[in-house]
Ligand binder design. Structure first.
Ligand code: AMP
Length: 394
């Protein structure tokens, strides 16, 4: 099964069948809190890991009815598709990506349309695939009236690394955290030399070997690449490629891909933290922050904003306000002064933002758009916006 490949060539993950089924079966009750017979819905593309694991294998082996859905959350014909399917099919547990909720929120910012549907049997919403920003979680909680559980995993692992064991006993939700490591995963935050980082400090997220059942034994026809990509940087650990921290209660925070952590005049800053601030602006529907090269500071953060439908403010106003917001909430060290409004962000078909490709465009470097890109035309829109800011020069 291929990873979504936001950088370089997607990796073909080999899946051990028995271990995968054991792990998936365990998650259905303990994480997704369904019993055999309940209806479970994962709204994902069936070709990605969430589709394989949670449209097909997990619900079926556990005795759940699975909803097979092909479509989009908006424009089919409106932003009520999710609500309609949940109500009509008696869905108890619903799993999708935060990007889907941002798309709905962009069209129906108050969530008015849900009132026409009976959502009373839904128990919880599960989000994964990218960082679930607090704004999106709070919106979903309020509109749907159910707990919203972020959980973190990868194609490589096939099921949750960190989540909330809602079917055993739900832990308090800390917004911005996918909660705690699940059984079988010893998750640690390491510095560049492989030493554990102090509580609350940003570092590379690694899992002490051995990995639990279901996770990848190797890459398809590429065992050298497997060792180089995952097992070499931190001997004795699996390198997740994500950066984050663990707080004093053991809650994990996933802040960015390690490649997306930027260094501004010697300060290591997570783009996820800045995106969280931008997303809190009432007119911002979706956003991305990348680090562009800067002669003086090494790197500078640059934000892309997509505005809510019906927003009456000008792009300049919103840009000025988010710059002030970042200064207030993160501080002048972030040196956040560059932002632009775009209509769409470049994404993979599974909804992941192509930050590395955007960095290459900004820095005027050669790049190859990933094979998994949804609509390559968006890259030209990004280039135009960057050129207006003086970047992406040929
Ligand atoms: P993929 O293997 O294509 O599903 O991508 C896995 C990557 O998506 C992870 O390594 C993270 O960078 C990101 N990701 C998935 N779930 C989450 C989450 N809940 N919070 C933050 N990032 C996530």
């Amino acid at each position: 099964l291929y990873t979504s490949g936001t950088t370089g060539a997607p990796k073909g993950v080999v899946r051990p069948t028995a271990g995968h089924l054991v792990a998936l079966n365990w998650t259905m009750k303990n994480i997704y809190n369904v019993v055999p017979g309940d209806v479970f819905w994962a709204a994902s593309d069936v070709g990605w890991v969430v589709g394989h694991s949670y449209i097909c294998y997990a619900p079926l082996i556990h005795g759940n009815t699975t909803v097979v859905f092909e479509g989009k959350p908006v424009g089919t014909p409106d932003a009520t598709t999710f609500w309609r399917v949940i109500a009509e099919h008696d869905v108890r547990s619903f799993f999708t990506a935060p990007t889907a909720f941002r798309a709905i929120k962009r069209q129906d910012s108050k969530g008015e349309s849900i009132k026409n549907f009976d959502m009373s049997r839904l128990r919880a919403l599960y989000l994964a695939g990218e960082r679930a920003d607090p704004d999106t979680i709070e919106w979903a909680q309020e509109v749907m009236g159910v707990p919203v559980y972020d959980h973190w995993w990868q194609t490589e692992t096939g099921f949750t690394i960190a989540g909330n064991p809602a079917g055993i006993e739900a832990m308090p939700v800390k917004i911005g955290s996918p909660t705690v490591a699940m059984p079988g995963y010893d998750v640690q935050i390491l510095d560049e030399g492989g030493h554990q980082m102090p509580v609350g400090e940003l570092g590379a997220i690694a899992v002490k070997l051995p990995l639990p059942p279901g996770t990848l034994p190797t890459l398809w026809n590429a065992s050298d690449r497997f060792i180089k990509s995952y097992l070499t940087t931190f001997p004795g650990y699996y390198e997740t490629g994500d950066a984050g921290m663990i707080d004093e209660d053991g809650y994990l925070y996933i802040m960015a891909r390690t490649d997306d952590v930027i260094n501004v005049a010697g300060h290591r800053l997570s783009t996820g933290g800045m995106e969280e601030v931008l997303a809190s602006h009432p007119d911002v529907a979706e956003c991305a922050v990348i680090g562009v090269s800067d002669e003086l500071k090494g790197q500078l953060p640059l934000g892309f904003l997509c505005l809510n439908d019906g927003c009456t403010r000008t792009a300049e106003q919103v840009v000025a306000e988010v710059i002030t917001l970042v200064r207030e909430k993160i501080g002048p060290v972030a040196a956040f002064k560059l932002a632009c409004v775009v209509d769409r962000l470049p994404k993979t078909r599974s909804g992941k933002i192509l930050r590395a490709t955007m960095v290459s465009i900004a820095d005027g470097k050669a790049y190859k758009a990933p094979a998994t890109i949804d609509d390559p035309a968006v890259l030209d829109e990004v280039r135009l916006a960057l050129q207006k800011l003086g970047y992406a020069q040929p």
